[in-house]
Design a binder for this molecule. Structure first.
Ligand code: IVH
Length: 681
């Protein structure tokens, strides 16, 4: 029998974790530090492991993916999943034709009132039916052929925005929510960057990313690809007094915690649809995800019923597509761009093609491995993708269209043994995907990029210090390092091309203002390899001060959230270069400053500042449990015993670490000893 206390704790943990989950993934407003979330999560995991009878399918622990599955069972949809008529005319005026059609079908003439429409986005992912019974998610299925789909419940549970339980006091017996699972563009980019770095295959586009994850047989892999979801309709419903319109239905779903896109409107007549179409078309690139177009729906359910279906498509809805974000074109040549870290990026010069709303003539090919993997050759017909403000990319080659005889493969190192910008040698280090110019800051291309990064909006945010100015400053030899920016005079700036007195004054003010910054921005601005904005924030949060970061050992860096050996090594390497330390100190002398904090190392708790090592298996706690408990009490768990270790916690079959502890005279505890120590709080 489970004690009421345990039951209450498990329930409380599940509620709390789901609340944070919602705040983090849906509202994008984290309410808890990650360590604290992890602590609660581990507590719940271990309680569930100790009391398997408490298992429920809607526990937050079910979101991490479970065992591999053999295949997907077929699911017959209670209500078929239909599709909508899609019109590819990109004119906003397509709405007029739809409105005219609807009015004609309803037998309305000009004197009748305008029809109310709901307009929303056409998400570009995978259609999913979520079946909730009495408020609990019991099954998720793909659309399949519309009649029968596949059971993808386990993978869908890893999509954090999808509620495992509806937030409604008396949930309907059955409520099937239909919508689209998709990948945000930032998640797609991040995923691909990581894959590329480790030489693994990348996703062609977010759509394939979403479909591939959901149809992934290993739910753990599915869980690693961050997906999201928006509802746009209903399937079978029992025991729910349905609202009387589409928009009211979406509002009701939103109130139950189901994600519904905020980019939607209701309005009267074709005019409302046209203005939505134009508004979204203008902002399409700024949306955080790809869309196919917009969808117009007759809002009132009674009118929808009256209109009915034509073969397999509703007469009350239509999709209007925007220009495609992928197009075919020819690869004319492969050039090279030298980046901030000296990486030589192969760039495809393309026959001009209109894609994603602009004419594209260049696209990135990333690196040699990517060129090899996609087997891209000059003369090939390629698929170019441009979505959002992301740099256009060559995603694939159309093999059947390769010229005959086939053009030779492209080899970067053979074509560019030396840097096209500065003539220094080009090398490709083992384990790295990029070939690099060895010129360092001697290479003007690297210097310019480093400065551009330093001044960037997300770094020191020096407004007005853009690429044209940096080109001039570097070419004239005025600025060599970021610190030189802070000694620029009004006269020097005003003397540059395209600079008037006024803009020079503004720039001086912007440079001055940038001196007051944050540690995270400053760390990011240094352009340390593998340290992006998020890592810079994590480092700043963890260490609180720059000197602590500079002095950090690899082991200390590895304690930072999401910092692995590669990142740790890059940081150590950066701060071991005297010229980098010199650059940092010059920036501080120039007046660049930020508030510092104590960081996370001096956390409170009975084990604050203590280092523990776990070895052997403990009688009741798993290693993760023990670690979570120690960390919750402010302690650190490391992998090897040294003189700095405060305690070694040893279980059965403890080996060399125990011997080492005894040799060094480190206090050894068993599980009971550890628990006693923790209880002493
Ligand atoms: S409504 C009966 N609304 O586009 C009508 N569909 O053919 C049900 N889609 O497979 C569809 N965004 O996966 C609807 N806002 C939206 C949508 C949407 C994307 C997808 C859906 C469907 C296809 C329509």
């Amino acid at each position: 029998m489970v004690s009421p206390d345990v039951l209450a704790r498990v329930t409380a943990l599940r509620q709390e974790l789901e609340r944070h989950n919602h705040a983090y993934y849906v509202l994008d407003q984290p309410t808890l530090p990650d360590v604290e979330y992890d602590r609660l999560f581990h507590e719940l995991q271990s309680l569930e492991a100790e009391h398997p009878e408490l298992f429920t399918s809607d526990s937050p622990t079910q979101r991490v993916g479970g065992k591999s599955i053999d295949g997907f069972a077929p699911v017959r949809h209670a209500v078929p999943m239909l599709s909508i008529r899609t019109e590819t005319d990109t004119e906003a005026s397509g709405a007029l034709a739809f409105d005219a059609r609807v009015r004609r079908e309803l037998g309305l003439d000009q004197s009748d009132p305008l029809i109310e429409y709901a307009a929303e986005l056409k998400f570009d992912g995978l259609a999913i039916n979520l079946r909730y019974e009495h408020g609990v998610l019991v099954q998720a299925a793909t659309r399949g052929d519309g009649e029968t789909g596949e059971d993808v419940t386990q993978n869908i549970r890893t999509v954090h925005v999808i509620p495992l339980r509806l937030k409604i006091p008396s949930p309907p017996a059955v409520l099937e929510v239909r919508g689209e699972v998709f990948m945000r563009r930032d998640a797609f980019e991040r995923y691909n960057a990581r894959q590329r770095e480790s030489g693994k295959p990348t996703l062609v586009n977010p759509r394939n990313g979403a479909a591939g994850s959901i149809r992934q047989l290993d739910p753990v892999i599915a869980a690693q690809r961050p997906l999201t979801f928006f509802a746009y309709g209903l399937g079978a419903v029992q025991g729910w007094p349905q609202p009387d319109s589409h928009s009211a239905m979406l509002d009701a779903l939103a109130a139950m915690g189901v994600p519904v896109c905020a980019e939607r409107v209701t309005g009267l007549g074709a005019e409302a649809l046209i203005s939505f179409h134009d508004d979204i078309a203008a902002r399409r690139d700024q949306l955080p995800f790809d869309i196919d177009g917009v969808v117009y729906k007759v809002n009132r359910y009674d009118l929808q019923r009256e209109l009915g279906f034509l073969t397999r498509e509703p007469r009350w809805a239509v999709a209007h597509k925007y220009p495609a974000q992928e197009q075919l074109t020819t690869l004319i040549s492969i050039d090279i761009q030298v980046g901030r870290t000296g990486a030589l990026t192969p760039v495809a010069r393309l026959a001009p093609v209109f894609v994603g709303g602009v004419t594209v003539t260049n696209a990135t090919l990333h690196n040699q491995d990517e060129i090899d993997r996609k087997d891209v050759r000059v003369g090939d017909t390629v698929i170019v993708r441009r979505a959002g403000d992301v740099i256009p990319e060559v995603v694939a080659v159309v093999a059947e269209k390769r010229p005959d005889p086939a053009p030779p493969r492209f080899n970067l190192l053979e074509t560019y043994p030396t840097c096209p910008e500065c003539g220094s040698h080009v090398v490709r280090l083992e384990g790295e995907s990029a070939a690099r110019c060895t010129g360092g800051l001697y290479c003007p291309a690297q210097r310019k990029q480093a400065l551009l990064h330093f001044a960037g909006r997300r770094a020191m945010d020096i407004e007005g210090l853009g690429d044209k100015l940096i080109d001039q400053l570097v070419e004239r030899g005025v600025v060599h390092t970021p610190a030189d920016v802070y000694v620029l005079s009004l006269e020097t700036l005003a003397g540059l091309e395209r600079m008037a007195e006024k803009s020079a004054t503004n720039l001086i003010a912007a440079i001055e203002a940038s001196k007051t910054t944050t540690l995270a921005r400053f760390v990011f601005s240094l352009g340390i390899r593998n340290v992006g904005e998020t890592t810079a924030k994590d480092l700043s949060h963890h260490f609180g001060g720059l000197d602590k970061l500079i002095a950090a050992t690899e082991a200390e860096l590895l304690e930072v959230h999401d910092v692995g050996p590669i990142v740790a090594q890059s940081i150590i390497q950066f701060f071991s270069e005297p010229h980098n330390l010199d650059g940092v100190s010059k920036l501080r002398t120039a007046g660049v400053h930020w508030p510092e904090t104590a960081g996370m190392q001096q956390s409170s708790g009975i084990l604050a500042g203590k280092t523990l090592v776990l070895t052997g298996s403990l009688p009741t706690l798993t290693r993760d449990d023990a670690k979570a408990k120690i960390e919750a009490a402010g302690g650190k768990v490391t992998g090897s015993v040294s003189k700095k270790t405060d305690y070694v916690v040893a279980g059965v079959e403890a080996g060399s670490k125990l011997a080492k502890a005894q040799e060094l005279g480190v206090t050894v505890l068993d599980e009971a000893g550890l628990l006693a120590l923790l209880m002493a709080i």
